[in-house]
Design a protein around this ligand. Structure first.
Ligand SMILES: [Ca+2]
Length: 400
């Protein structure tokens, strides 16, 4: 039987001249909440009106401001999700870096949106202890705010909230049972652990999976609702991984694990590493994204970006017959700026993942829009794909 064809895409700009838009979340009527990394939370009403709801420190023009919210490097205001019961409880959830406790952490805030959609109130920080990298001098690589995680999604299957967190360039974090970076957390709307997380004994009960590097995409496969992460690799090997409760994603940048030597500031995350695209057999000596030697039961990736690190950042499953041959497939976006000799990562790929999540084949999307650094991908209630780019736009890609 012939495979259904891939859809053609048309492109329309929904909002432009934004400042580092990071994520979007929709209501059924098309209302779109969105974050800007260094400004705050806003909402675009179905008629196109934009209301600025909650601003970070020094952001102008917002209905309210929160002076503890800050941005620095990759950190700032990030993921946003609306409650599945929004119609009755009006709850919205936002991940942001905060200075409320020194030297700062990432927090997951729950707030209430008023009926007019012009203001938020009742901020409750339901997670307060996600690590944040406060200053460049702590570690030799990257800058402050590096590896900050930040995607926030409700599962349509179990109704719980999944939160992705980054390793903050701290070697102890990803495998730590108590430090909440390098994890996927699974919680209820009050921030309490969801039942069935199944992390090993001694782990914080909010931990669903651990041993991640910097997962910034999480999506749920239609049909099974199994969660999949998309995460950045250490100058090689971006990964997409099917998650299982209590699973170890196999990232452990500590020295002396698996025979690694001393590394700068006890973070071997780039050591040994490659500069440029080396042949796969040479890459096998690199610090692995999934260390199956040390952790034989680690979750193996469904897909590896041909050994390259190009800023794999976000992903969502396309769902609905309008997507033709891509219906049910995972679309992922890259935001890599092309450092260390790798090609710039401004593209979208569609992955056809096997039912067991063990492997995938890739199709690169031919976009009818300018090349861009893709920060967020969300399918809207109209069935179209909305994309946020570092170039400052939120666009709509419609299949036809
Ligand atoms: Ca991994």
């Amino acid at each position: 039987m012939a495979q259904p064809a891939a859809p053609n895409l048309t492109h329309a700009t929904v909002l432009s001249k934004l400042d580092s838009p990071w994520d979007m979340a929709f209501l059924q009527d098309g209302t779109m909440f969105f974050t800007e990394k260094c400004l705050g939370l806003s909402v675009r009403q179905p008629n196109g009106t934009v209301n600025k709801l909650l601003g970070m420190k020094d952001a102008k023009g917002y209905a309210a401001s929160a002076n503890d919210l800050l941005c620095e490097g990759q950190a700032g205001m990030a993921g946003v999700a609306v409650d599945p019961n929004f119609a009755s409880n009006r709850f919205i959830y936002v991940y942001s870096t905060s200075s409320l406790t020194a030297p700062g952490t990432n927090r997951l805030m729950r707030m209430k949106v008023n009926d007019a959609g012009t203001a938020v109130s009742d901020r409750t920080d339901i997670i307060t202890d996600i690590p944040y990298k406060p200053k460049a001098s702590d570690h030799p690589f990257g800058g402050p705010g590096a590896h900050n995680g930040g995607r926030v999604r409700f599962s349509p299957g179990d109704g719980f909230l999944y939160v992705t967190t980054g390793d903050t360039h701290n070697g102890e974090v990803p495998q730590s049972p108590k430090m909440m970076g390098g994890k996927v957390l699974r919680i209820d709307r009050d921030g309490k652990p969801a039942p069935g997380n199944a992390a090993p004994a001694g782990f914080d009960p909010r931990v669903y999976t651990y041993g991640h590097r910097n997962p910034q995409g999480i999506a749920f496969r239609p049909g099974t609702n199994q969660p999949y992460t998309a995460e950045n690799g250490p100058w090689h090997s971006d990964e997409v991984t099917a998650l299982v409760p209590g699973g170890n994603a196999g990232w452990d940048p500590r020295p002396n694990i698996g025979g690694r030597g001393a590394c700068p500031d006890n973070y071997c995350g780039y050591s040994p590493n490659q500069m440029g695209a080396l042949p796969p057999k040479e890459r096998s000596a690199f610090m692995p994204m999934t260390d199956t030697k040390t952790y034989p039961n680690a979750m193996k990736p469904a897909w590896n970006n041909d050994g390259l690190s190009q800023g794999l950042f976000s992903g969502t499953f396309l769902n609905g017959p309008q997507w033709k041959g891509w219906n049910g497939r995972l679309i992922i976006g890259f935001a890599g700026i092309g450092i260390h000799g790798t090609p710039v990562g401004n593209r979208l790929d569609v992955l056809d993942i096997t039912p067991d999540g063990s492997s995938a084949t890739r199709t690169t999307v031919n976009l009818l829009m300018p090349a861009a650094r893709f920060r967020s991908l969300v399918q809207g209630p109209d069935g179209n794909l909305y994309v946020a780019t570092d170039e400052g736009a939120i666009s709509r890609l419609s299949p036809n």
